[in-house]
Design a protein around this ligand. Structure first.
Ligand code: 5RP
Length: 233
């Protein structure tokens, strides 16, 4: 089954939720790139205002002639739309594959409605010890954060970009991305709170209680999963 076609179906479904909104927050990544490309076809969406979760998304929106707001010029978001790296059956998400997790969580938290678009391959029963949660960490705190997490038994990897830049991936808010490996069967809320309580941590890529709607694309249709929003509902 083609994940590409599945994703495109879900993206097209997501666009329908955007048409009633005035201010729309937009995530980051290849799904979002597809979304922006398909949004070009809608005349109505060219009258909306957009908030970007990253420089990359702001540039893509601008190139497609959408109106991009400075985040300081508004205090509300009607709909936030994004993708995720993995979603479990409780609609918890691991995000941050594009290193934009801090701005993404900020926009999602304050948005009235959150819509996440995935293809079927990203939906899992639960997260496992093969999964890493991205953490945005102040550069000055990276060594101490990693050492401390290691003493607690967590494997940490500083993310590097591969090409185009030596050294760590630096997030849009100036942090270094550290990928922390999950333990099998851990309590996600406790883990998230523990990581977020470390001095120097800006944000984690675990999104808990933030999904209103997850659109799961399949080759032959889209499943609409509704979450219970417990984070700023
Ligand atoms: C970026 C993200 C993305 O939503 C996530 O990595 C999925 O990306 P893609 O749409 O390219 O599969 O969290 O920080």
């Amino acid at each position: 089954m083609s994940t590409e076609l599945a994703r495109e179906r879900a993206v097209r479904e997501a666009i329908k939720y955007l048409e009633g909104a005035e201010v729309i927050g937009v995530g980051t990544g290849s799904t979002v790139e597809k979304l922006i490309n398909l949004m070009r076809e809608s005349k109505e969406l060219h009258n909306k205002c957009f908030l970007a979760s990253s420089i990359d998304t702001a540039l893509k929106l601008k190139r497609a002639n959408f109106k991009v707001l400075n985040i300081l010029s508004t205090d509300h978001i009607d709909v936030y739309v994004d993708s995720a790296d993995k979603v479990d059956l409780n609609l918890n998400m691991i995000k941050g594959g594009g290193a934009a997790l801090t701005m993404e969580k900020l926009l999602a938290y304050y948005s009235k409605l959150n819509i996440f678009i995935i293809d079927y391959s990203k939906l899992v029963k639960s997260f496992s010890s093969n999964d890493y949660v991205p953490v945005d960490v102040l550069p000055c705190a990276v060594n101490m954060f990693i050492r401390h997490l290691s003493t607690l038994g967590y494997e940490c990897v500083i993310r590097t970009s591969g090409k185009g830049k030596y050294g760590p991936v630096v997030s849009d808010v100036g942090g270094v991305i550290v990928d922390v490996r999950l333990h099998e069967g851990l309590d996600l809320v406790k883990f998230n709170n523990m990581i977020r309580s470390q001095p120097g941590v800006i944000e984690t890529g675990l999104f808990i209680g933030l999904s209103d709607i997850v659109l799961v694309g399949y080759e032959d249709g889209v499943e609409v999963l509704r979450g219970v929003r417990t984070s700023n509902s």
